[in-house]
Design a protein around this ligand. Structure first.
Ligand SMILES: NC(=O)c1ccc[n+]([C@@H]2O[C@H](COP(=O)([O-])OP(=O)(O)OC[C@H]3O[C@@H](n4cnc5c(N)ncnc54)[C@H](O)[C@@H]3O)[C@@H](O)[C@H]2O)c1
Length: 326
């Protein structure tokens, strides 16, 4: 297939999702420029140095002067860099606003100025927040965020669509919570941390067992970004898509059961009814299936198996390290 839009600038390309996206697009034949300040180290990019199609700028996305000239050569921007997750956002409220919101708008403005065509923004399904569990949230459902993190993403979504829809092909994704192995590993995400606890202690604790979460393998965003960059404008311009699959909305207790049934038969499961994290949402993914023909490539149990494998093979230097947690 002839590639369209084959120069891509990825912010946050060294991160948990970004290091998959960077590799996947390089494999598909894109030229990739990553802008990332390496908040969690440089390990995830090391294997890419020397690839003639890969370039890297180590800087804060807010210093746009340092990398804006690269936007001239790129038809597409995939914007992943952010303060990610409520714990990190609460600790750095001002930074959350300046990185997640203000820098996003500045990046869009400069991208439009330099003639970038596609601007993909990674929002979050956490924006649905606390939903009536009898309803499954689609892209038109009223958002009910319960975190600064989600609010920073919703504000960005609105402003991007309001201010830049006529200048850029804006495509917004609200992804499910992600799991699985990545070159920049995270053990603070629900599936990964439960698998780690099961592996280390044969015991896990589930807060809010009945609360709902849509889940997705970490490699999936890469595939959908490639799809968007090769799609007709009419399918992706000014569109918001939930990213995930209808089959993988889970109550938290089901995640525990899957681990016990498939991997640790003597697992002790502690249940605490209350969770300080109030989010509970089931998400409908018909739109992405119908318009972009997207179906996930990996089921949750397969991804869990890979995490167990990596733990058994001792692939992490220090499992307690902060570099695995946002
Ligand atoms: N992981 C999930 O479950 C999930 C779910 C929904 C949405 N998302 C979104 O996907 C994107 C990627 O998430 P992730 O899990 O890979 O997070 P991550 O924290 O692993 O990656 C973020 C990357 O951005 C970089 N970064 C942060 N601030 C920066 C700045 N000011 N300048 C330059 N680089 C900066 C970090 O160094 C890191 O490499 C984020 O926008 C996040 O909101 C993630």
């Amino acid at each position: 297939m002839d590639l369209k839009n084959n120069n891509v600038l990825i912010t946050g390309g060294a991160g948990y999702i970004g290091s998959w996206v960077t590799r996947y697009l390089l494999e598909k034949g894109y030229k990739v420029m990553v802008v990332d300040k390496l908040s969690f180290g440089s390990e995830s990019l090391k294997g890419l140095l020397g690839n003639s199609k890969f370039q890297f700028k180590n800087c804060d996305i807010r210093n746009i002067e340092l990398y804006k000239h690269h936007l001239k050569n790129n038809q597409s921007v995939i914007h992943l860099a952010a303060i990610v997750g409520e714990k990190a956002c609460k600790k750095n409220k001002e930074e959350t606003n300046s990185v997640n919101f203000l820098a996003t708008l500045k990046l869009a403005e400069v991208s439009a100025h330099y003639g970038v065509k596609n601007f993909i923004f990674m929002s979050t399904a956490s924006s649905y927040g606390v939903q009536d569990i009898n309803q499954v949230a689609d892209e038109n459902t009223v958002l009910k965020p319960v975190s600064l993190y989600a609010i920073s993403k919703i504000n960005s979504e609105k402003e991007l669509l309001n201010k830049f829809s006529d200048k850029l092909n804006i495509t917004i994704f609200r992804p499910s919570t992600v799991h699985g192995i990545s070159a920049r590993m995270r053990f603070d995400l629900i599936v990964n941390h439960l698998v780690l606890d099961a592996f280390k202690k044969n015991e896990i604790t589930i807060l809010g067992p009945k609360m709902w979460r849509p889940l997705m393998w970490v490699g999936e965003p890469s595939r959908i970004f490639h799809n968007v960059l090769q799609s007709e404008e009419s399918k992706i311009k000014s569109q918001v898509f939930n990213l995930g699959t209808n089959d993988e909305n889970f109550q938290k207790i089901e995640i525990a059961r899957l681990i016990k049934e498939n991997f640790v038969s003597n697992l002790k499961i502690n249940v605490v009814d209350k969770d300080p994290d109030l989010r509970s949402y089931r998400v409908n993914f018909d739109k992405i299936y119908n318009i972009l023909n997207y179906q996930p490539s990996k089921k949750i149990v397969e991804a869990m198996e890979e995490i167990f494998f990596s733990l058994k093979k001792n692939l992490y230097s220090d499992l307690n390290s902060q570099k695995y947690r946002n």
